[in-house]
Design a protein around this ligand. Structure first.
Ligand code: UDP
Length: 327
């Protein structure tokens, strides 16, 4: 019998790619999503339950109906800028809603939880490669709410007997190789989709936010990871949890360990798209740390996982292929 995995936020960017990866691996993803920011037509694999994670009755019924023992939890508000203007919304949607969800899940005896976390828990980290043991000093409400749930998981797990992994994504980018699903944020604030749209003429010219940072070319350096590599890591994390003891868990960085500057991404855009992305050099964007690059060795070792599609060329090529399907 095909095993079902509950995917909260399965209609969103990373969640929909996880559903495809689950399907490919022989699981049935069951998407639970309130469509606040997700898209119904991104749910292409497995059943769709349109409901809020705070709806305990529906959550519990769904778990029972599908004999679910493991959950991937992507459902959250995830715009850093918005989180600074409406912090209470981020506490409500990311902390309070997730606590209600965890209560319902633990009442049904869920065994494994893979939680979507973020490198924003670190804030402006000092390390060249950031390890999971780096201090957690988030500089925005979004990161703070993810840190809060990592804490809740660590205290709840031994009491309720589930195991957990919090996956701290660095910069998710790219789209499904078959262009069936991709990134559709509104508003779009991320570098790679903005670069693709500027170059294909579906969005405004790109602004390079800051060229006076203490980095080799003055623009910010980030660790970009392909969304399909992220999706695979979720499956590997689930296998790792299932091989280990219950009541425990830990965070893992998901990144490549290699940094790319904004200007390097613009140059790669030119190579991949055959045209210089229309861009202008602009001032710094508030709150951007100069450099954020993962030490991904813990996930690589524990999960026997590597990012294999996270080079600039594949990130931009797949993001552009998805954008073209929407033109
Ligand atoms: N960035 C940029 N122009 C844009 C969007 C982003 O120069 O239109 C820069 C941004 O300042 C940061 C990097 O690209 O240095 C990555 O930003 P993004 O919003 O993609 O991810 P973040 O690192 O903020 O999570």
């Amino acid at each position: 019998m095909v095993e079902s995995i509950l995917v909260a936020g399965g209609a969103g960017y990373v969640g929909s790619h996880a559903c495809k990866a689950l399907d490919l691996a022989g699981y049935q993803p069951v998407t639970l999503d309130n469509l606040a920011t997700g898209h119904a037509d991104a749910v292409k694999w497995g059943p769709f339950v349109q409901a809020d994670i705070r709806d305990a009755e529906t959550v519990r019924r769904t778990v029972r109906e599908h004999n679910i023992t493991a959950v991937m939890h992507f459902a959250a508000s995830s715009l850093v800028g918005e989180s600074m203007v409406r912090p209470e919304l981020y506490y409500e949607n990311n902390v309070i809603a997730t606590l209600r969800f965890l209560e319902a899940l633990t009442a049904e005896g869920i065994r494994q939880i893979v939680f979507s976390s973020t490198a924003a828990v670190y804030g402006a980290a000092e390390a060249e490669l950031i390890p999971e043991t780096a201090p957690l000093v988030p500089t925005n409400t979004y990161g703070e709410t993810k840190r809060a749930i990592e804490g809740a998981l660590s205290w709840m797990a031994p009491v309720h007997g589930f195991s957990w992994a919090a996956l701290r994504y660095f910069n998710a980018a790219g789209a499904d190789e078959a262009a069936e699903i991709g990134e559709r944020h509104d508003p779009e604030t991320h570098l790679i989709p903005n670069l693709v749209r500027a170059t294909l003429g579906t969005g405004p010219g790109l602004k390079v936010f800051g060229t006076d940072y203490p980095t080799p070319d003055g623009s910010c350096v980030r660790d970009y990871i392909h969304v399909a590599d992220l999706a695979d890591a979720h499956l590997a994390a689930l296998a790792w949890l299932r091989a280990g003891p219950s009541g425990q868990g830990r965070p893992f960085n998901l990144g490549t360990g290699k940094g790319l500057s904004v200007l390097e991404v613009v140059k790669a855009g030119e190579r991949v798209l055959g045209k210089t992305p229309p861009h202008e050099l602009a001032g710094r964007r508030a709150g951007d740390p100069p450099r954020l690059v993962a030490d991904p060795s813990a996930a690589q070792t524990a999960f026997n996982w590597r990012a294999t599609r996270s080079d600039a060329e594949t990130l931009i090529r797949t993001a552009a292929a998805f954008e073209r399907t929407r033109m």
